[in-house]
Design a protein around this ligand. Structure first.
Ligand SMILES: [Cu+2]
Length: 276
């Protein structure tokens, strides 16, 4: 009876397409040139592994079946083969070069884009929030976990947290960036090591006190891109998400103007309208 129930539940899970719609097995391709490089490398190496797996397991299974003892096959008795050793040294070297060349090219491109930056954003990690400063715009603010996630995370287990949208992945003030513009990030921290990671951008950089790390991005399409601190930085490490709101250059200009106005009036920085 138990087994029947289990099979039924498993069957229900498999046919409930709603659950599958959100379920992605593969890495996401992201929205920048660098994320496409990372995705391309990931796919290239995956297929190399698939081909190697098929060849190696194919040869093993074939050998086990075709050369089995019950068929009266006698094992060969040689102990050394120079030809085999040369082959199994050269082929892996070629495979490694085939993987290393595009990987190195991609890393070099990520380190030094040719264009000049249109915008420089300084990212500072704190326990446990991020500060963003738009260096050429004189705009800056702190971005913390959104209030609703913060309230719900402090409930005792067993209490019903309700439905919090983007639980622990939402912030009060997202980092607003223009699409199609070359953005340079300067990353540092004020207390311990943090790491700024938005998967859709295709890279992750440590934010280290006393150091300034650099990273670049050029976002291709408007949208909300979420990430998290990726360095275990203390008790509330899991509660310092990152949200990027990528908007058109015109919307960005308007947002910057608004921030400057409210900063001049001594008001708090206003979050951009909605985050959905
Ligand atoms: Cu952190």
């Amino acid at each position: 009876m138990k087994a029947l129930k289990f099979t039924g539940a498993l069957g229900a899970m498999l046919v409930s397409t709603g659950a599958w719609a959100e379920y992605k097995l593969n890495m996401t391709p992201g929205v920048t040139e660098f994320s496409h490089i990372a995705y391309g490398l990931h796919m290239r190496i995956l297929w190399i592994c698939v081909v190697i797996g098929v060849l190696v397991f194919g040869a093993m299974i074939y050998s086990m079946i075709a050369h089995r003892k019950s068929k009266g096959v006698e094992p060969a008795r040689f102990s050394h083969s120079t030809t085999a050793e040369i082959i199994w040294t050269i082929i892996p070297i070629l495979i490694l070069l085939f993987m290393a060349y595009p990987a190195t090219k991609g890393l070099i491109a990520m380190e030094a884009p040719h264009d000049k930056p249109d915008l420089i954003v300084k990212v500072t990690g704190f326990q446990w929030r991020w500060r963003y400063d738009y260096l050429n715009e004189d705009v800056g603010f702190i971005s913390s976990l959104d209030q609703e996630s913060n309230r719900v995370r402090q409930l005792k287990s067993g209490e019903n947290p309700g439905q919090v949208k983007d639980y622990l992945l939402n912030v009060d003030h997202p980092l607003v960036l223009p699409v199609g513009k070359q953005v340079k990030f300067l990353l540092t921290a004020d207390d311990v090591i943090h790491s700024w990671w938005v998967p859709a951008l295709g890279w992750k950089r440590d934010a280290i006190p006393g150091f300034v790390n650099e990273a670049w991005t050029k976002i291709e399409k408007p949208g909300i891109y979420r990430g998290q601190c990726a360095e275990l930085c203390g008790r509330d490490h899991g509660f310092m998400p990152i949200v990027i709101k990528a908007v058109t250059p015109e919307e960005f200009e308007a947002w910057v103007a608004e921030q400057k106005k409210s900063a001049m009036a001594g008001q708090e920085i206003q979050p951009i309208a909605d985050q959905s």
